[in-house]
Design a protein around this ligand. Structure first.
Ligand SMILES: O=C(CO)[C@H](O)[C@H](O)COP(=O)(O)O
Length: 227
């Protein structure tokens, strides 16, 4: 029986196998945030001579990439990102996700939106029939915390301020529990439309294109029904 850590290592290796054929001297790849993404970064470092560099979804990942000798570009300098590799907190069969457990959801959404392909790397504990057991992170402009909390209560959720945490964008995170997420894309649009919300951690309007799912039986590849 593989541990969750071993499952993460296997999916990080599978992500490396996925990315290696895409690497070329002019290629900049997108890299996410979290323990699974970290394992991918560590494996990628051995191949740094094969590609130009990376754009990253957090200061933490940028620091790790830089320390391993992978050049990190400002996204404003880059016009093409062939692939974005990142984990998730929950993913469903339609490759809709909840992300932001590490608080990097906004930059994750930005880098993912630039990338041609979002490849989500998860262990099987993250695959759920319906999103919402994992509290939904929402990045909020600090002055709007009380009002956004009241607004999300209308969707059936209870918001808790993530204590002692400030995002890379100088904002705060509300973690919303108790949501029943039947239409993830619809809820994503509704929450993102609340004044003061930077973005919510639902990735459903544009979910992942591919998921590499690490199971006890091996790594499975799932494709988005949208693609
Ligand atoms: O969205 C994220 C960070 O904001 C991560 O992708 C998510 O929290 C999964 O992390 P891990 O790979 O450590 O389980």
């Amino acid at each position: 029986m593989l541990t969750q850590e071993e499952l993460k290592q296997k999916v990080a290796r599978a992500a490396l196998d996925y990315v290696l054929p895409l690497l070329a001297p002019d290629v900049v790849i997108g890299i996410g945030t979290g323990s699974t993404a970290n394992l991918f970064i560590d494996g990628l470092a051995a191949h740094k001579h094969l590609f130009k560099g990376a754009v990253s979804s957090s200061e933490r990942s940028s620091a790790r990439l830089t320390a391993l000798g992978i050049h990190v570009f400002d996204l404003n300098q880059i016009d093409r990102v062939p692939v974005y590799i990142d984990g998730a907190d929950e993913i469903d069969a339609g490759l809709n996700m909840i992300k932001g457990g590490g608080g990097a959801l906004t930059r994750e959404k930005i880098v993912a939106s630039v990338a041609d392909r979002f490849v989500c790397i998860v262990d099987e504990s993250k695959l759920v029939p319906c999103l919402g057991k994992f509290p939904l992170p929402i990045e909020v402009i600090p002055m709007a915390i009380a009002e956004v909390s009241r607004r999300v209560a209308r969707f059936g959720g209870t918001a808790a301020l993530r204590q002692g945490f400030t995002t890379d964008n100088g904002c705060q995170i509300l973690d919303v529990s108790g949501l029943r997420i039947e239409s993830p894309a619809e809820l994503e649009a509704q929450i993102n439309n609340i004044a003061g919300v930077v973005t919510c951690g639902l990735f459903a309007i544009a979910g992942a294109d591919v998921a590499l799912l690490s199971t006890q039986q091996g790594v499975q590849t799932l494709y988005s029904p949208r693609s």
